[in-house]
Ligand binder design. Structure first.
Ligand code: FES
Length: 84
């Protein structure tokens, strides 16, 4: 099953091929999401998740509210739609 990542603001959908974080994946696709700590502590990379679900490979200090995701410590669990 192919997992896709839709960057809705950018109008692009790409197949997930990363083995790092969604933040790294967005960067490798030319986007520049805001970040600071890159380890689930500061919340700077919080981004709205319009669809799909992610899995955290590092437990965030504060789980973001439903409908949001911390890009730096998560990967898609299924196809996702991000506000990027
Ligand atoms: S960059 Fe700090 S929580 Fe993601």
């Amino acid at each position: 099953m192919t997992i896709t990542v839709e960057f809705r603001k950018s109008g692009r959908t790409v197949d997930w091929s990363g083995n790092g974080s969604l933040l790294e994946f967005a960067e490798s696709n030319g986007l520049q999401p805001a970040f600071s700590c890159r380890e689930g502590v500061c919340g700077t990379c919080k981004t709205a998740l319009f669809g799909g679900a992610v899995r955290y490979f590092e437990t965030p200090l504060d789980e973001p509210e439903p409908g949001n995701v911390l890009l730096c410590c998560s990967r898609p669990a299924e196809s996702v739609v991000l506000d990027l």
